[in-house]
Design a protein around this ligand. Structure first.
Ligand SMILES: *[C@@H]1O[C@H](CO)[C@@H](O)[C@H](O)[C@H]1NC(C)=O
Ligand SMILES: *[C@@H]1O[C@H](CO)[C@@H](O)[C@H](O)[C@H]1NC(C)=O
Ligand SMILES: *[C@@H]1O[C@H](CO)[C@@H](O)[C@H](O)[C@H]1NC(C)=O
Ligand SMILES: *[C@@H]1O[C@H](CO)[C@@H](O)[C@H](O)[C@H]1NC(C)=O
Ligand SMILES: *[C@@H]1O[C@H](CO)[C@@H](O)[C@H](O)[C@H]1NC(C)=O
Ligand SMILES: *[C@@H]1O[C@H](CO)[C@@H](O)[C@H](O)[C@H]1NC(C)=O
Length: 192
């Protein structure tokens, strides 16, 4: 297959069920993604971000680049996790974004070594009124950023976000491997 220019040739592989998993090597942050079996966007996206506790935030950008696509920034807020939808039009800390709806699942955890944000996002698969979207099959590219600098105020969803000093970039995935039947996707996104 053809890799996008500049893409690190690290194809994510499918793990348990149809959740596709990729680990950023500098921070150790693991990104997990699942989608429903559907023909095309818009569709809900499940993502689980598992981060070593010494990372203050980790983000996923659904358009593959920091700019002009939905971004989810996650962090530990005490014993819970917070997830803030953001959007960037320049290489500055991204601003709040109202085009996505996120649900933080109760399977999210914070313990002595890691924080884990299990998220369902509505609005992360298509933006600009549907003019831009991610495919439901085949290759796509997600962006990421990770920091270990302190957040302005972890208790506020609108907190200032420090620079992604630990890691930033993009990773290519074959989203076909992240597809789930409607019932499996419902199970994943509505934990008992
Ligand atoms: C985070 O903590 C782990 C475990 O203590 C350590 O191995 C790693 O180097 C730390 N990472 C950074 C970027 O400080
Ligand atoms: C969402 O953000 C856009 C762009 O900033 C703004 O025009 C719109 O009024 C906002 N919508 C709501 C419901 O806040
Ligand atoms: C802490 O959370 C991480 C991420 O969910 C998990 O892999 C690890 O097993 C947990 N540690 C303990 C002691 O439960
Ligand atoms: C994605 O995976 C599917 C199923 O394994 C495969 O048929 C398809 O060729 C892959 N597409 C790309 C772009 O690698
Ligand atoms: C962070 O935790 C505090 C204390 O539980 C809570 O009041 C606040 O709403 C939380 N903030 C976010 C963004 O989840
Ligand atoms: C933050 O990460 C850098 C590596 O990117 C590391 O050198 C530094 O020690 C870390 N700082 C803290 C407070 O863990």
């Amino acid at each position: 297959m053809r890799l996008l220019a500049g893409t690190v040739a690290l194809l994510a592989t499918a793990v348990s069920g149809d959740v596709l998993s990729w680990t950023e090597s500098v921070s150790g942050v693991q990104y997990n993604v699942a989608i429903p079996e559907t023909a095309a966007a818009p569709f809900d996206i499940y993502t689980s971000i598992v981060s070593p506790i010494n990372m203050t935030w980790a983000a996923l950008a659904f358009g593959g680049c920091m700019l002009r696509s939905p971004i989810l920034v996650a962090w530990a807020n005490g014993t819970n996790v917070a997830v803030s939808p953001r959007w960037a039009t320049a290489y500055h800390p991204p601003a709040a974004y109202n085009g996505t709806t996120t649900t933080v699942l109760k399977t999210s955890t914070v313990n002595a070594t890691h924080w884990k944000a299990d998220i369902v996002c509505t609005g992360c698969s298509a933006w600009f009124g549907g003019a831009a979207s991610i495919p439901a099959l085949g290759s796509t590219v997600f962006g990421y950023g990770v920091s270990n600098h302190s957040l302005g105020n972890p208790a506020l969803l609108s907190t200032s976000i420090p620079y992604h000093n630990v890691a930033k970039g993009h990773w290519e995935l074959n989203i076909t491997a992240a597809r789930n039947s409607a019932s499996d996707f419902t199970k994943l996104t509505t934990p008992a």
